[in-house]
Design a protein around this ligand. Structure first.
Ligand SMILES: [Zn+2]
Ligand SMILES: [Zn+2]
Length: 158
């Protein structure tokens, strides 16, 4: 962890950006959490659990600085909530909960064959692609069992 933070610190230094205590706390979260994608309010909550208070505008400012330094990447999904992930994160796709906006990641990429095809059969050079699956996380399925049942029933009858 400290080693990874030091590498990020060096990366920031190359762009003349200081690794402040706040930025360190934020980056530490990205390195420890398992879902890779974080929103400003998720960061605020996680910091609060560790007894660190940081207001949202401070978090946003730091996220933007880290993104402009190329350490974090801003991810825009259909719901227009700003999420960030570490640029160094390996290639993956996301599952996004429509209820609580929590994200999980899947290591599987369904596009390898398509990428291969584009690279070999066309003159186009693909650099990235996006693919997200929307639905309900485990917790929200429990809470909304009734609702989901209703949706399912509705579909079955139509
Ligand atoms: Zn959820
Ligand atoms: Zn992929």
């Amino acid at each position: 962890m400290e080693k990874q933070l030091n590498l990020l610190k060096k990366e920031l230094q190359q762009k003349s950006i200081k690794m402040t205590r706040q930025r360190k706390e934020i980056l530490r979260l990205f390195l420890t959490q398992t879902h890779h994608l974080l929103t400003a309010s998720e960061i605020q909550q996680a910091l609060r659990q560790q007894d660190h208070q940081m207001d949202l505008s401070t978090i946003y400012r730091n996220l933007e600085t880290l993104a402009s330094a190329g350490v974090l990447r801003h991810i825009a999904l259909n719901d227009h909530i700003a999420r960030y992930e570490l640029v160094t994160a390996h290639h993956h796709h996301h599952l996004i909960c429509l209820e609580c906006n929590k994200t999980e990641l899947i290591d599987l990429c369904p596009f390898q064959e398509i990428n291969q095809y584009v690279t070999t059969q066309t003159d186009f050079l693909p650099t990235e692609h996006r693919f997200e699956i929307y639905g309900y996380c485990k917790d929200c399925q429990k809470i909304n069992n009734q609702t989901i049942d209703d949706i399912f029933q509705g579909r079955k009858h139509s």
